[in-house]
Design a protein around this ligand. Sequence first.
Ligand code: ZN
Length: 399
Amino acid sequence: MSHNEQAVENLREYIRIPSVHPNVNYDDCISFLRRQAKELDLPLQVVSPVPDKPTVVLTWAGTQPHLPGVLLNSHMDVVPVYREKWVHDPFGAQRDADGNIHGRGSQDMKIVGIQYLEAVRRLKESGVRLKRNVYISFVPDEEIGGVDGMQTFVNTTEFKNMNVGFALDESMPYPGEEIIVFYGERSTWQIEVHCPGTPGHGSMLADDTAAEKVRVVLDRAMDFRDKEKQRLKDDSSLSPGDVTSLNVTMLKGGVQNNVIPPALSVVMDIRIAPTVDHRQFESMLQQWCLDAGAGTYIEYQQKGITEGVTKLDDSNPWWTAFKSATDKRKLILKPIVCPGGTDARFIRRLGIPALGFSHLNRTPILLHDHNEHVNEKVFLAGIEAYCEIIPALGNVPDH
Ligand code: ZN
């Protein structure tokens, strides 16, 4: 079998492992990766700081292993499927006549894990040795927030001993020529705004009712949302991750049609752009409560910290190396702030630069959607891209 045929078969085999939520069993992923590691002649370790939540790490030792190493990360888990909506079996990894490989994880992100392995296979076979250690990690539970996955893994001694200097993780598909690169993420706040008020009979026109306060809160929130929407529309240089999104996701309260409730509340999901000052943002929310009236307060259900961004300029030698490698492959990069969340944030929080890069241009955006698939040409071109990128990163001079 040729390298390319082998790569396609490995991707298909990995997709056939149903590492799907909820309650993922990662055993078959581990066995698959053990076999890959053996073929690649790379040591493999399984780190399970939380039972049944293993992180698998393959290490390709560099000639100067004391230098900070390069982490090539991917997650093993995939999101659930609506089977009846799929044309092909989501865990069948069928290859159609056009060379499309169908299945959950074909974009998000089993493809990327296989591309790392196949690129390292080719580099090793052609006798390449890199200065820095290269770690290929496969983590659990990214799709449910990474709490028992990457978030825990980065606090283990095993991770600290790896001395990671830079990491690659996932981005997302793009139908055009460009390849999306994530250099930062937004911060998630989920809040419940409690609006207490005068209760009473549904026929009364009481003062200071909960609904009057809800109205003010909704007005402020929707005005803010309109402004951010408009900003995104007016400036073509902005992508959705560059503005703050706000959505009202729940309205709670009330017991019966003819009872004015003693309280109502508004739940919001807010994703704060990395350029926003969190203290200022919080005072804006406080002002909304003051405007709404006495007793209105915010309960924070999630209050993310300010997420740092990875610099995309000459001050960051990892970026320079990455960019020159992708230039060599004539790839057109589209660097953006990730509109959602990935495991890269746990790396950046340690002060380690990280980029999200999934070689998925000319690909419809079907991650988490029905009929997720990738064309094998895009998959194979990605392996060649990593054959430039990995050596460039692994040979970044000591700085
Ligand atoms: Zn993903």
